[in-house]
Ligand binder design. Structure first.
Ligand code: SF4
Length: 90
């Protein structure tokens, strides 16, 4: 269930540290859901990539320490690559 946030507009000039963490993560997942089908990695590819990240020493709190990206966001885009070429491509 989505929390009601009366009187609060989304801030377009906030730094990450100023955002509500839960709301920010929901936005990221929504962004992934809404990626254009031509841009988005197929579900199987996406899950394979994340499975690789889960075993990788560079993964820390959802972020790849090699490239600085949120791995779920990076893996969701078909053309993106792992900086160490650990992912298979579409
Ligand atoms: S993107 Fe590559 S280097 Fe980064 S955490 Fe995933 S597998 Fe590891």
């Amino acid at each position: 269930m989505e929390e009601k946030r009366e009187g609060r507009k989304p801030c377009l000039k906030c730094l990450l540290r100023e955002l509500d963490e839960r709301a920010y993560m929901e936005k990221l997942h929504r962004y992934i859901e809404l990626l254009d089908v031509d841009v988005k990695a197929p579900k199987g590819l996406y899950e394979d990539r994340l499975a690789v990240c889960k075993t990788c020493d560079y993964l820390e709190e959802g972020t790849c320490q090699a490239c600085g990206c949120y791995v779920e966001l990076r893996a969701a885009v078909r053309k993106n690559r792992c900086p160490y070429k650990k992912w298979r491509q579409a």
